[in-house]
Ligand binder design. Structure first.
Ligand code: AMP
Ligand code: FES
Ligand code: ZN
Ligand code: ZN
Length: 313
């Protein structure tokens, strides 16, 4: 396989785009495409301050690298979850994130959940009996809450995450199986800012996961290979496998699934109750983030529960 641009040996072959590129041209192509998506979806401009949520994985490290290469004002945020799983998962992902920040002389904010809220994610999860013995739901809720909080408190205009096409297609697939309209209507490359919350964007949403692996390899970015130890056997991994089987037979199917959804959503003809779903949000009396729960938001309720348990024991 040869590079389409220069004819030398290809580093990556993207069947879905009928495009093979050498290392050098691939390293040009990825930021060019990212820039195109940032503009197309109106994600942010070079005057805005971007906070990149960095987990130490290939996607978010690539994202940070690409945005900096493109000349955007991008700082990092790492959230220490206190997950060990026998592989020192959080410890190692923090080390690699800090290493990247140091090597590129970038600003990285670090929030440690245990220091901030008294307990690590697995302990908080056990204390609240949420999520059938797995901490993923408490973890997801906490990460979203902390990203919003830091972005707001430190005055960032935009919060960027490393979600790739495989992530987005798997979430879309899950929400489509149940036709959960509130989720479907909110899923997209950009979630506009509301009531003091930063805009949320996913600049990598059109890149396949393997394209980000190839990017890290080509750039020499060291990232954590292991998935979160709690992710094993999760529904989202199962959906990703299913979609990969489809993709193997029909290259590009994943991308079309996602892009056709975005088109339908943009036309506004997916669901009639579009405006109603948005109208149900109100501001949490404690943290002031928008929520659809009555009274306190789910995160603040979770924290109240852990504090009550603390005083009992
Ligand atoms: P995940 O939910 O683990 O698939 O991660 C999706 C995105 O959330 C990543 O690409 C990151 O942008 C962000 N993220 C996940 N974990 C962390 C973390 N511990 N600290 C900061 N950002 C994170
Ligand atoms: Fe949060 Fe796995 S439980 S990353
Ligand atoms: Zn080339
Ligand atoms: Zn709250």
């Amino acid at each position: 396989m040869k590079c389409r641009k220069c004819g030398s040996k290809a580093h990556v072959n993207m069947r879905q785009h009928k495009l093979a590129l050498c290392r050098e041209h691939y390293l040009e192509w990825v930021p060019e495409q990212t820039e195109r998506f940032i503009k197309k979806y109106g994600m942010f401009t070079r005057d805005e301050k971007v906070l990149v949520a960095v987990s130490g994985g290939k996607d978010s490290l690539s994202l940070w690298d690409i945005l900096v290469r493109l000349g955007y004002q991008a700082d990092g945020l790492y959230i220490g979850l206190g997950i060990d799983g026998g592989i020192g998962y959080s410890h190692e992902s923090q080390r690699l994130t800090e290493k990247f920040a140091n090597e590129h002389d970038l600003k990285l904010h670090i929030v440690d959940i245990e220091k901030e809220y008294g307990q690590s994610i697995p302990v908080l999860s056990e204390m609240t009996h949420r999520g059938k013995g797995k901490p993923c739901s408490v973890c997801g809720l906490t990460k979203r809450h902390e990203m919003n909080r830091i972005a707001r408190d430190l005055g960032y205009d935009v919060l960027a995450t490393g979600h790739n096409l495989d992530d987005e297609a798997a979430v879309l697939f899950g929400n489509t199986l149940t036709w959960t309209s509130e989720y479907l209507l909110r899923q997209g490359p950009v979630l506009p800012s509301t009531e003091g919350l930063a805009r949320k964007v996913k600049p990598l949403c059109r890149f396949y996961e393997r394209e980000m692996t190839a990017y890290c390899l080509a750039r020499g970015i060291e990232y954590i290979y292991e998935e979160c130890p709690f992710a094993e056997g999760s529904t989202s991994i199962y959906y990703k496998e299913l979609l990969n089987q489809l993709e193997n037979v029909r290259p590009g199917a994943k991308l079309i699934f996602y892009l056709k959804f975005l088109e339908a959503r943009r036309r506004g003809d997916l669901f009639v109750e579009q405006n109603e779903a948005q109208a149900h949000l109100h501001s949490c009396p404690k943290c002031r983030q928008p929520t659809s729960a009555p009274g306190l938001c789910s995160f603040c309720r979770l924290m109240e529960k852990t504090q009550q348990l603390d005083t009992v024991s």
